[in-house]
Structures are given as structure tokens and as C-alpha cells.
Write a protein that binds this ligand. Sequence first.
Ligand code: PLP
Length: 388
Amino acid sequence: MSINPGSFVNEKIKRIPPSGIRKFFDLVSQTQGVISLGVGEPDFVTPWHIREACYYSLEKGYTMYTSNYGLPELREEIARYLTKFGLNYNPANEILVTVGVSEAVDLALRALTSPEDEVLIPDPSYVSYAPGAILAGGVPVPLRTYEKDDFKLTAQELKSKITPKSKILILTFPNNPTGAIMTKEDLEAIAKVVEEHNLVVISDEIYCELTYEGQHFSFAALPGMWERTVTLNGFSKAYAMTGWRIGYAAAPKEIIEAMMKIHQFTMLCAPIMGQKAALEALRNGESEMKKMVQSYNQRRNLILNGFKELGLKCFEPKGSFYAFPSIQNTGLTSEEFAERLLIEEKVAVVPGNAFGESGEGFIRCCYAASIANINEALERMSRFLKKL
Ligand code: PLP
């Protein structure tokens, strides 16, 4: 009898389509001399004092498990940090340190989703929410955002997608891939709908420090929203710490306890080395972080001016480190554009539709690349566009 090992795989997993960008990144890795505006990662190495704090902690023998919730002193620093956004959480039981925001997204979805619950997700947005909702037994429902609205989520769009099964709303601003932000007033309009329909909110604020206009505003700081919001944040983007894998969730204790149950039986705790480094980042990392943000802002202006000169229409991103120019007037699809740009001019960008259907007609360009590389990429793009 011939056995098909694939037949053993869980039906839910089979329903999740393979990542749209995998094929594309395979192509990138096989091509020599590529300038990448593809991967969403800081181009800085983690600041030295943070790395050094980790060395010292190893030297002192900190190599063991921590509390399931995370190091108490780290949770205290996180609680202190969040007060800057008007958020108050008890470090004893309202904060959970996780293995990156990635784990926090998964835990929040699994802790809150009952079978067939609908999870409302801005589109385009980060690639893990919809698969996470399916893995949790829920049904992802895209909420379209449009360039004409500066890619903000509108209350009107949210209302139009509400059904009796709607349960969870994901907010993710500053946004990956669009760079859109939501102001306090924008969020107030969303909060009204949330209250009216008794939704629970997962607010992924991983890019909050990368806000170039005004101040970041946390959804949970709005009246009546704290009780129904899980705020997610982490160290990967602001402190250039992607490889350390530290993030956290802050929420009312009943929700954190539920997330903790899953975390303790799956992950046990986040690695202590990363937690020690994160502690140093929060205690002494602000000035280095601000310098990195300033540098992203400089590069944001550079790439925006470059696109303008190329005649590529681009909404001004106010947060994160992505620009999301429209390629609609080239007559190519996002995938055709990205594939041809890679093959013909060796510049890697990500097709916008990898982040949801509303991303079709756009490409995501991560400008956390060197100024020389951004200039070279713009030159190559200019050559490419002239050929079309
Ligand atoms: N949330 C968003 C919006 C992201 O863009 C990313 C990574 O790109 C993550 C979460 C994952 O972050 P982490 O490295 O903390 O797992």
C-alpha cells in the first residue's frame, strides 16, 4: 500500500494558502547582486549597550527559565513604558512577555476565538493575522482600506462587515505594508462601532515608535476600550532586535491569564537572554532608538522624493518603515511588476497583494536600507519604468 504522508495533515492547515511571497523570496535568494527593499527588518544591528547587557547576563549565569509571564523586572519596565501612552497595567498579572509579537498575535487569537467567530482584519496588513485566525478556529474577514482614505480603517467599512458572528477586530497602525497611521479622532470613530457591537480588539502597535507625524495614540487609552483591548508591542522594530524574539501583550488579567495558559503549555517562557536585552533596551535605549527613527525618517523623505521624480504616485506613509507606491498606471499587476523588476533590474520589492486583495496595484518598499542602496534602487527603477 502506498502511503501519502500529506493525507495525515490537519484539514485546517491545508486550508491556509502558502505565503504569496515565498516563491518570490526564493527567486531573490537565487539572484546575484540584488538590492533588497523587500524584507521588513531594520538595517541596524542591535545597539551595543543592549548586546553588552546580554553578554553580562550570560557571564553572571542567567541561563534558566523565567516566570511564565516573563521576568518581573521586565514586566515592571513594560508597565512603566506603556504609561507614556496613557495605559496602566498591573505588571503582576496584566502583562505577558512573549516570543516576539508573532507569538502574542497567535496567543491573543487563540485565547479569544471560539469556533466560527469572525475576525475582522484591515486589508492590506501584516501577513500572519488571517492564517492565525484560521488556526484559532475563526473566520478571517477583510476590512478594505483605500489610498483615498490614506489607508485608514473607516468606521463605515467596519460597520459594513459586521454580522452576528463578528467577535474580534484587529487594529494594526502604524501599518505594515502601507505606513498608514490612525489618530485619536480616527480611533474614536472605530471605538463607537466596537462598543455598539461588543467587539474585542487586538491592537498590534509594534511600529508605534516609528511615527513621523504627531504622537502615536493607543486604542486602549480611549474611554471604555481598556477592558476590551489586548495591546501588543515588542522590540523587533524600534530597537532593531528582530532576532532576539521578544514581544509582549498587555490586557485585563482575565485575558492575559487565558493567553498565559496557552503560552505556558507551548512556549513555557520567552528566552531569558532576550528578556535581559529587552530590559536594557527599555531602561537605557531611548536615545539610540530615537536616532534610528530619525534616520528612517530621512530615508522616508528620500524614497518619497525619488518616487515623485519617477512619476510613481505614492501616498505619504506617516509611520513604520514602508512606502507603498501605486503601480496601477504601468498596466502590470503587482506580481508582474515585482517579478520583472527583480529579473530585469535586480531590485526586490514585495507585491502589494501579498498583504491582502486591497494591496493589488501597489508594491511594498522597505526603506530601512542604506541611502546608497535606496539611490541605486531608484535609479534601477527609473530604467525599468522607461522600458515599460
Ligand atoms: N506585527 C507586525 C505588524 C509586523 O510587521 C511584524 C513583523 O514584520 C510582526 C508583528 C512580528 O514581529 P516580531 O518580530 O515581534 O514577531
